[in-house]
Design a protein around this ligand. Structure first.
Ligand code: XBP
Ligand code: MG
Length: 237
């Protein structure tokens, strides 16, 4: 039987990626780098999970001749760019809280009230989760979730299943008792590799991904209740 719901954050709980994109560009500008990620390029770069990994990949592929910042190693430079990016993202989210995607809050509240456990399994940084969910759910957002696994606890980024395996361990539940919610191909792969049935709600950045193996692919969680989830889970292959 269904005992827990595990949510990805970026793209699943909220359409955050355009704000992430602007924050990367702001960090580049603050450092005087003439790097700019437009929507088409960012859509491709999203194949690489994790902000630091994404910067490293772009640097290697597009600007292999650009040297690290003065007195810093390559990985320190990437960490520094990513710190500026995280600060820019946090500011943007605090200024105008990004709304949750349709149906998300209703499902979270319904599941919570029915006694299901809730968890978060994301590749993003803890401050980003807090900024988003403080604004969208409220100051007590953390009390809804039994387990939060993120970039600080699970360094191996999706499609590696680490973040999901640790979430299951934290919940103390087998994968069969849980459902995952994802928006991307890498997220789906990670969840499936951890043995999880997965509901996918794609968005503009991920609509073209391969969602083979998903339990359901839905335009959003609008109108989705716990009874639907139980029924879908019950007839999972
Ligand atoms: C989301 C990501 C994140 C964000 C940026 O993946 O890949 O890297 O784009 O966040 P998922 P950070 O939704 O599968 O977790 O810069 O904090 O990494
Ligand atoms: Mg995602």
């Amino acid at each position: 039987p269904l005992q827990a719901l595990i949510f990805d954050v970026d793209g699943t709980l909220a359409d955050t990626e355009s704000v992430h994109r602007a924050a990367f560009n702001q960090a580049f500008a603050e450092l005087g780098l003439d790097w700019h990620w437009d929507e088409a390029l960012y859509t491709e770069l999203l194949e690489v999970s994790g902000g630091k990994e994404r910067i490293a990949h772009y640097w290697r592929q597009v600007h292999p001749d650009v040297k690290p910042l003065d007195g810093m190693a390559l990985d320190e430079t990437i960490a520094h760019i990513h710190e500026l990016k995280t600060a820019a993202y946090e500011r943007a989210v605090q200024e105008g809280a990004i709304a949750l995607r349709p149906g998300v809050l209703k499902l979270i509240e319904a599941a919570y009230n029915e006694g299901l456990a809730l968890a978060i399994a994301t590749t993003t940084s803890p401050v980003n989760i807090a900024a988003l969910l403080r604004g969208a759910i409220g100051p007590d957002w953390r009390s809804f979730f039994q387990v939060v696994e993120d970039a600080s606890t699970a360094p191996k980024k999706k499609p590696h299943p680490q973040v999901y395996l640790q979430t299951l361990e934290g919940l103390g539940l087998p994968a069969e008792a849980c459902l995952a919610f994802e928006d991307s191909g890498n997220g789906l792969k990670a969840a499936r590799a951890a043995g999880l049935d997965t509901i996918v709600t794609p968005n503009a950045f991920t609509a073209h991904h391969d969602f083979t193996g998903a339990l359901r692919v839905l335009p959003s969680l609008e109108g989705v209740g716990v009874a639907h989830l139980r029924a879908w889970k019950a007839d999972a292959p």
